[in-house]
Design a protein around this ligand. Sequence first.
Ligand code: NAP
Length: 307
Amino acid sequence: MDAMKHVRVLIIGSGPAGYTAAVYAARAGLAPVLFSGAHIGGQLVQSAEIENFPGFAKISGVDLMEKMMHQAEALGTNVIMESILRIEGSAPPFVCCGEKTQMTADSVIIATGAVAKWLNVKGEAEFKGRGVSACATCDGFFFRGQNVAVIGGGNTAVADALFLTNHAKSVTLIHRKSYLRAEQIMQDRLFSHPKVNIVWDSTVEELCGENKKLTHMRLRNVKDNAISQVDVDGVFVAIGHEPQSKIFQEKIKINEAGYIETFEGTTRTSMPGIFAAGDVMDPRYRQAVVAASRGCMAAIDAQEFLQ
Ligand code: NAP
């Protein structure tokens, strides 16, 4: 059997945290290997337009992530389009097992990000891909001239609702409270848009349809329990994300919400030699620019550890 390839730094994840870690590790001469995972480019590839990443007044998520990948590769990162399934060992070198590839690593940077949460209501699973989606930028186009709804009250929900006005006839935002937590500038744009209606204080009770196609939903008003019906062709769930930390839970400390714990002000985890950066360890900011900066920190922390 061939000897397993050995690397100094192995990075898991291909969002802004992973690629930034790769850029820094490569420039430090550590010849990193980056396993991209199934969602190449991470959550940002679902953003049609980004205008808060410094240096880019307006750029699509796909373009930004391609630029990051090319930069990391040009500096000497080996990008492998596979997911890591598990890490073995309780001290370096760790054995990192991918879908096809296995290698040992003196240090590991986990930058696996987070994935969309679902409502878990009746009808959701049945109509997923038949009217129910968690990605407006991926699926919004299919609802041209139709009536759609967005569930949630954060930045994602508002950004999705605004994006959907480009395609849909009407967009109804449904939120369980009577105020949004999205940034004020986004709220102003939403409230002044002629295609947008808002249903406050309401949760989705059931997603319903006929002939395997979504037709309407039943809402419950949380104040008086009244049930109402809204006819829709599409529903976009935008209620936040879940950190992708499950495969590491027996190796490193993870909090109750599933976020990897790091020592304050660093990216060090409970296991020396394993570092975490980006949305998988950040319940608070969850911004691309913050993830990128934590990727940088992780590469510097790993470099110090290796020295
Ligand atoms: P979020 O800020 O966590 O908001 C989730 C929203 O979904 C909240 O309004 C929450 O309601 C609602 N919600 C959660 N569980 C629900 C359930 N089971 N049923 C109904 N509603 C539910 O998540 P996000 O909007 O995805 O944003 C995540 C992070 O990315 C944030 O830090 C955000 O600022 C950032 N982001 C930024 C931009 C940008 O352009 N700057 C764009 C997108 C995202 P409550 O309010 O009642 O808790």
